[in-house]
Design a protein around this ligand. Structure first.
Ligand code: ATP
Length: 252
């Protein structure tokens, strides 16, 4: 369990979040949703030190996360940020190997095990064929898969992805959803920020709903639908369609 307890946080000295308590259960997919600017990114950036926690505590499996050095945290929580404006001019395999950095010793030498984990991450995200190609020459969607591979190579129990479906076409988004489901089947705890509410409802075990820098609801997708909290927060009405394969959601 990853647990925020009465957390207040600033970003570049601006106070943004006040007294947030919310938890992310182990082995589940939890998605944070809410309108632009409601504080989703600021909340999850408390985990990698980009947002500064000014009061409150964060517990990772009951351990005080803020007392764990950032390099040690990176062995336990892999974090893919939202904006990646700087595109590395590196071959794909080299970028994916960066995921192993928190695990390498002083010499930074990679072992056979590190190389195996990198290869597995590239296979899992289907980027092996691009191994020698430079990242800056890839399309946005393939590049996104390479970043996923780097995150998987970090081999953490907790995976946090901020708006990971940006740049992905329909096929890329569908593959992404199945990748996230397989991560869960492999015992990972996944925390996402998604703007696509249909995806959030279909994929998640739990939702954290934010509005105006507050957490206004948490619960299963069904609970959130029944309480109409998503409709209230997004000023939209929800339509649901069912067929033999499942339920589909549309907001309008
Ligand atoms: N460095 C900063 N300095 C000042 N204000 C900031 C800074 N970063 C974010 N904010 C403000 O904090 C609030 C929350 O921003 P945040 O990026 O966490 O929201 P978000 O829910 O992730 O938004 P989006 O959906 O648009 O990505 C916004 O009002 C934003 O303008």
């Amino acid at each position: 369990m990853l647990e925020f307890s009465h957390v207040s946080a600033t970003c570049q000295h601006t106070k943004i979040l006040t007294d947030i308590s919310v938890s992310f259960p182990t082995g589940e997919i939890t998605t944070i949703v809410g309108p632009n600017g409601c504080g989703k990114t600021t909340l999850i950036q408390c985990l990698n030190g980009v947002s500064k926690v000014t009061s409150g505590q964060i517990f990772l499996e009951h351990e005080d996360l803020l007392n764990i050095p950032l390099r040690e945290r990176a062995k336990r929580i892999a974090f893919l940020p939202q904006v990646r404006t700087i595109i590395p001019t590196l071959p794909v395999r080299t970028l994916v190997e960066h995921g192993r950095f928190p695990h390498l010793g002083f010499s930074r030498r990679k072992t056979e095990k590190d190389r195996e984990i990198v290869t597995r991450a590239m296979e899992f995200t289907h980027v092996e064929t691009y191994a020698d190609q430079y990242v800056d020459t890839l399309s946005g969607g393939i590049r996104q898969r390479v970043f996923f591979a780097m995150i998987l190579a970090q081999d953490c129990d907790y995976i946090v992805l901020d708006e990971p479906t940006t740049y992905l076409d329909f096929i890329g988004q569908r593959d992404f959803l199945s990748l996230i489901r397989s991560l869960k089947e492999n015992g990972k705890t996944v925390i996402l920020i998604l703007h696509d509410l249909n995806q959030a409802l279909s994929l998640s075990d739990r939702l954290v709903v934010m509005q105006e820098q507050k957490v206004v609801a948490t619960g299963t997708p069904d609970t959130c639908i029944q309480s109409h909290i998503l409709e209230d927060v997004f000023h939209a009405s929800l339509k649901q369609f069912h067929d033999k394969d499942g339920t589909y959601y549309f907001f309008e």
